[in-house]
Ligand binder design. Structure first.
Ligand code: FEO
Ligand code: CA
Ligand code: CA
Ligand code: CA
Length: 733
């Protein structure tokens, strides 16, 4: 195999960088009416769903979910109506009988008639006109509210396959310390394989296809000019030689999960952006405060970046490549790219209906490893609220509450509405208390915990946003087991978040960070391997905002579901999973709009992969407090001096195949991530990311662990698939 950089240290989604020491009050639930607004331009799925059984008021010093009376929560008439798919290790997408899978758009597929079909042998060029790689979060925007035959699909492309399937002979050897020069053409291809695809899709028979002639089709890549907007725009810490005024940057990277707005735009989220920047030891000495901030975001002084994009060669003077070097090379920030990493880590707003518009980085929403960004239903006269998680070990859950109150008149507002609602507001970090209550802690400079924080001195309000993680440290937010996707239950308004896992030899949950009721698990993996201990299978947490007001600063939480293999002991299989629904490492999570109350759960697992490839399950969850207290017996917890430690938490009701069952299993060594649907719910779009990820060669088919989707000896490719029912009916019900 062609030598390249050492893959083993690169586990970007599994880093822990939080050195802080972080670890109640009255919650009032009031009767409230929640109106679910359409997030689709044109308002085709406008549904006013009244709250189910939300009439209970609980007053007192301490609120515990188990004291909330159980209420009927299953949305009326919603049943899972398909045969559960069995776990499998086959190299294909398996769905229930009566369903069909079509590949819509795989890595390299042309988005225009101007480029040739993808050969998939590494010689293809012009990625700026092709589908990017590593498909992730996505959303379907209806073009005509009464007609599901046309829509625009926005699809994130998180990374370019590290193994180098897009190159004829794999990537050039990065060198043992990632310092070898790399050919420009290779870097260009990788840069263009990142970002977002925006494509028009049209109904074709019982499925969908890309309209390659559409004026909407375009790519946003790691080279696309983006505006910096909001409070950080023009800040001295955003100044680069590309933008001496600190108002722009080039590119968006590691576009993981996504969001969408009540005004018809797409949100793409920058997750592991930190790993793209070169910063070699000895070349870059910073003031202590700056160094602290760089380290807190994982940018140490010993890296050439994931792809070595800055290392074009000794004589490189092209800032297109040098911009990936965030080391200080000048005494003036407008003459180097020492601040460039500050221009990444944001939520980026894109208008799918305006092909000439520039992506807008929305700095008021904070800077961290944004997995995604999920809207609460917009209510007239109330703030617009978005939930977001920082996916790294021991990081936080956040929410953004707009300063402006929502007006239905902005439903067609595009980026202008984006500027109105997303450029001013308050960012909060979540604290999950041991008594089942929770609080949202404001990350503002007038919060004394932030103003007087001793580890870092915030220069001004913008600095609090640039260094949101440090601000969340300062206020004592709860360190979580890697927050991935979130979503708001469209019927009862509760918020769900996957905590995918926290596994590590040195700094995971239960080792460096004590266990707590919201992150209550520590165990050895199924092989008994002490170096892979922690919360191996992950869980899904959920909460109800006080008064069902998404702008509230208090909430009540429980754990909806614990991942586990069905044959694990009771101390591990805490939700009573069975063969029809056992899973590990939940990651993607999305509530259907077409079937309010239907929840999709997708996995990105490396623990249970001896029995099944990654999967997607359909669920009809209940609500906070529908289970009871659960005592979890953890064995030999390092943070407890190596002694056993029982953690009591609030668990949702046990799973059963009626309300949770497996719908799909993906091909080998993939992750299932990203899901959206047509407004009528008769087609869902799902992303298959990195099939064959554990291949050991980019060129020798015998060393590929998957050949999906092309089969034969083909190089594996990520892809968006369309799933429809053969009878044209609604998916999963
Ligand atoms: Fe890109 Fe945390 O998944
Ligand atoms: Ca993810
Ligand atoms: Ca993941
Ligand atoms: Ca993955």
């Amino acid at each position: 195999m062609t030598p390249h950089h050492d893959r083993s240290p690169w586990e970007p989604e599994d880093r822990g960088m939080n050195p802080s020491d972080n670890e109640s009050f009255v919650t009032v639930l009031q009767r409230a009416t929640l109106r679910r607004r359409s997030f689709l331009k044109g308002g085709s799925s406008l549904i006013a769903a009244s709250m189910v059984g939300m009439g209970l008021a609980v007053l007192g010093d301490t609120l515990k979910p188990d004291k909330i009376a159980a209420r009927a929560a299953t949305p009326e008439g919603l049943d899972l109506n398909f045969s559960p798919v069995a776990k499998t290790l086959t190299d294909q997408v398996t769905v229930p009988a009566g369903y069909t899978v079509n590949v819509l758009m795989a890595t390299g597929d042309p988005l225009t008639n101007r480029v040739a079909p993808y050969k998939n042998d590494g010689t293809d060029t012009d990625f700026e006109f092709r589908s990017g790689d590593h498909h992730d979060g996505m959303h379907f925007f209806s073009l005509n509210p009464r007609n599901v035959n046309r829509g625009i699909l926005c699809v994130n492309h998180e990374v370019c396959e590290d193994l180098g399937f897009v190159h004829a002979n794999g990537p050039t050897d990065y060198g043992a310390d990632n310092t070898n020069a790399r050919p420009m053409a290779e870097i260009d291809k990788e840069v263009n394989a990142h970002g977002v695809s925006i494509v028009e899709v049209v109904k074709q028979g019982n499925s969908y296809a890309i309209n390659k002639g559409s004026r909407y089709n375009r790519r946003v890549t790691a080279a696309t000019p983006c505006d910096l907007t909001g409070p950080v725009r023009g800040h001295q810490k955003m100044v680069t030689s590309y933008s001496p005024q600190g108002v722009a940057t080039r590119g968006t990277v590691n576009n993981c999960a996504n969001g969408y707005t009540p005004w018809g735009t797409y949100l793409t989220c920058e997750e592991n952006w930190w790993g793209y920047f070169a910063r070699r030891e000895g070349a870059d000495v910073r003031p202590a405060q700056e160094e602290y901030a760089l380290q807190r975001y994982g940018i140490k002084g010993d890296t050439s970046g994931r792809y070595n994009w800055a290392r074009l060669g000794a004589n490189d003077t092209t800032d297109v490549y040098a911009r990936w070097n965030t080391a200080k090379t000048s005494d003036r920030p407008d003459r180097d790219f020492s601040n460039v990493a500050n221009t990444f880590g944001w939520i980026v707003e894109i208008d799918p209906l305006e092909p000439d518009s520039r992506p807008q980085k929305r700095t008021a929403m904070g800077r961290f490893f944004h997995e995604g960004c999920w809207p609460a239903p917009a209510q007239a006269g109330r703030p617009v609220v978005f939930y977001s998680g920082d996916d790294a070990r021991n990081e936080y859950v956040y929410k953004f509450v707009s300063a402006q109150m929502w007006s239905d008149r902005d439903q067609e507002g595009g980026l202008e509405a984006g500027a109105k609602y997303l450029n001013q507001g308050t960012l909060y970090a979540a604290k999950f208390n041991a008594d089942g209550s929770g609080e949202w802690l404001p990350l503002t400079l007038d919060n004394p915990a932030i103003a007087t924080y001793t580890n870092y001195t915030f220069a001004d309000p913008a600095d609090v946003l640039i260094n949101s993680r440090i601000a969340a440290d300062a206020v004592g937010a709860t360190k979580m087991d890697r927050p991935e996707w979130g979503g708001v239950h469209p019927v009862n308004g509760e918020v769900y978040f996957t905590l995918t896992n926290s596994v590590s030899s040195s700094s995971g949950r239960g080792t460096k960070t004590p266990l707590d009721p919201a992150n209550p698990r520590f165990y050895r993996d199924e092989k008994g391997d002490a170096t892979n201990a922690g919360n191996v299978n992950g869980h899904i947490i959920r909460w109800r905002e006080a008064g069902n007001d998404h702008a509230a600063t208090a909430f009540t939480w429980d754990v909806y579901l614990f991942g586990a293999q069905a044959d694990a002991g009771d101390e591990v299989n805490l939700s009573g999973l069975s063969a029809e629904n056992d899973f590990s490492s939940p990651d993607g999570l999305w509530f259907s709009d077409a079937a309010p109350g239907l929840l999709w759960i997708q996995t990105d697992d490396s623990a249970y992969t001896d029995q099944s490839n990654c999967m997607m399950l359909a669920a009809i969850p209940g609500q906070v407090g529908d289970g009871g207290m659960k005592a979890i017996a953890n064995k030999a917890v390092p943070a407890n001096g190596g002694a056993d430690q029982t953690v009591t938490t609030y668990a949702g009701q046990a799973a059963n195949p009626t309300t949770l069952r497996r719908f799909l299993v993906g091909p080998k060594d993939c992750e299932i991530t990203g899901i959206t649907e047509t407004p009528d719910g008769t087609a869902i779009f799902v992303n298959i990311q990195h099939p064959g990820e554990n291949s050991t060669s980019a060129t020798n088919p015998a060393e590929f662990t998957s050949h999906w989707p092309d089969g034969g000896s083909a190089r594996p490719r990520s892809a968006t698939i369309v799933i429809t029912r053969n009878d044209g009916g609604r998916i999963a019900r």
